[in-house]
Write a new protein. Sequence first.
Length: 199
Amino acid sequence: MSGLDQYKPIILEQLALNAEIKGIYKLLVERGYTGKLSYFYEYCKKVVKNNNIDHHTNANILGVKRKNGKPKGHIIERHRILKYLWSKFNIPSPDISFILEKYPFVKEMQDCISDFRNIYVNKSVTLLEEFVEKYFKSSNKNLKSFANGIIRDFVAVKNSIISDYSNGFLEGNNNRLKMIKRTMYGRAGLDLLRAKIIY
């Protein structure tokens, strides 16, 4: 036995009229009902089911229709677009054409990545200078910031292009050292740390 049973005739009448559940709830509150909206919603669902009433039961307690299953339409996830930009991840040509047309900044990002790679492939300082000049004027603040960063460290970036030497080995060992320190934090001294690094 539910406290709502006394209001059942009103509920049946309103549901048959396809009234929103929230609206029916307000009507009953005006007539003295003090229960919670969530409980009232569950009660209405049972009434609709047991009496074969044609009502929008796929609406939530706020009267907003629920989405059943996955949304309709063709979806291209952001991570797939990023993978395409960095490594030419396979995305159908019509999808790429649509993305580049609808979101012009993606095309600019694609051009930026391609231009920057060409600098190192051709080991060209001239291409670097052209790159900086081009993206310093970009309306995209992130690309403009990237170009500004290159200008600030221009000598270092230029050397990384024309030199055959790299600090990759040093940076790799630094990362390895930091990883070892994190894994043994608070449990050992310098002697063990030295041993783990050497061996």
